[in-house]
Each structure stands twice: as C-alpha cells, then as structure tokens.
Unconditional design. Sequence first.
Length: 289
Amino acid sequence: MSIDRREFLKTLGVAGASLSGVSALGKSKPESDSEEFFAILHDITLCEGCQECELACAVANSLPEPSDYPDSEIKRKLKPDQYSVINAVETSIGEVYTKQQCMHCAQPACASACLTKAMAKHVEGPITWDGDKCMGCRFCMLSCPFNMPKFEYDSNNPKIGKCQMCFSRITEGEIPACVENCPAEALIFGKRSEILKEAHRRILDDPSNYVDHVYGEFEAGGTSMLNVSPVPFEELGFNTDIDHKPYPELTKGFLYSVPSVFVLWPALLLGLREATKPEPENNEPEVEE
C-alpha cells in the first residue's frame, strides 16, 4: 500500500497548529456565550428505577436493549453501546436510584485533549464524538474527570461510546429521548439557568427531602447534567473530589512543559492513518473512447 506524501504532510500540519495552540493558552478570548447551554436535571428523589430512560436512549441511538436490571449489590457500568445506566444504591434512608451518563461539561477536558476535534462541545450544550475524525488515541478517556467515554476494546473498528445528549433531536427543537420518556418526571430539560433555578427551588421548598447540593453546578467548572439528591452524593458513589475549576485550565501548566514529541506523536499517527487509508473502490465502468 503506497503512502500519499502530500496527504501525509498536510495531515501532519495538525501538529504545528497544536503546538501554536499550546503557546497561546490563556491568551485567547472566550467564545461568545450569547446562546445559553441546555441542561438536564435528574431528581433522584423521584427516580423509580424503571429504566425507561435507558430503553429510550437505546432506541434513539440504535443501541442494544439493556439486558440487566438495577440491583444494589451490583454496580452497573457504562459501555460503548450503552450511554446511560440506572443503578440501585443502598443509602442511609434505604434504596435510591441514580443515573450515570456523560456530564457534558461546560469546558470539557475531553474536547480540549482531542487533537483532531473528534470530541466537540456545541453551543447548545452537548459534547459529541465524530468517528470520522477520531484517530483512536483515547486522550478523551484519560482526561475526563468523570470517566465517561468508553472504548470498544474488542472491536476491529473501535469506537468511543458516550451520551450525545440527543444532539440531533435538540437541533430539531425536540428534547432528549430519556427526558421525554421518563414516566416519573425525574428528568427535566431546559436552559441551564432555568434548570439550576428549579433545582435550588426544590431544595429550598423541601429541605428535609433534599441535601443542599446541586451536583454539576460547580463540579469541573459546571456541567449540563445536574443532579439533586435526598442523601449526600458520597453515599451514592459520586466523585465529590472533582475540582471546581474547569479541567482544561488545570492542564495549562502541564501543556507548557510537554515535550514537542508528545504533541507531535498523535498527529504523526493521524497522518500515517490518513495517508495509508485504502482509496474507495470505483465501481463505475470505464468509458472507451
């Protein structure tokens, strides 16, 4: 298989852009926030563990139907082909149900770490993954403070699997499938400021039924997946050691000191992948003159 040198060098140019981006960290102007992010609130006090949100997610994303069920003795985990899971957790007040999925950070570490922009943050709020741009470096997995992206290790054509917050539905004016199909109305969707206002209203109106903490309001600089709970989030297995600063900010010092080879290597691999990719077959018959 021959290597197209021009394509190789063109793709390798990503490295130069990456290096210049490192030197400019902290100097660029923030993007316009004229469009406010959307967000989802999961009210754990209302969740019945029915898994309708899981089933709706599977249908909306053409994924396998979840075959296991919430059990407090088993910690169910996210998979590349299961973007959302409901877990039953034994707490100080008895069994409650939690929902795990991508948190859709306002300033995501995964997108910041992705050299090819396969992982991207949209102005509407969702963080999506584009397989056509992914080079399989898995930096997104290593950088995510919530450990959300999952990799298909057993596939010959591996993908990264994670909740996309039904981005295509949102752009068409619809709401995420999980929210639409929650019979207990434990999930609500809207502009992040309005969702936060509603979360705090519930806590203030019923302090005996909620802890005074909206998980995701400040964690990792703020997220578009928010949770309110009847017990401290430590009891539910949530990571409460997450820094309140956006994680891309925490990596600035590291990026300044990274040797060039580590920045160049992923782009080099991408260049090799693109340059050695087989050309699509041309099945059209040749026309004889």
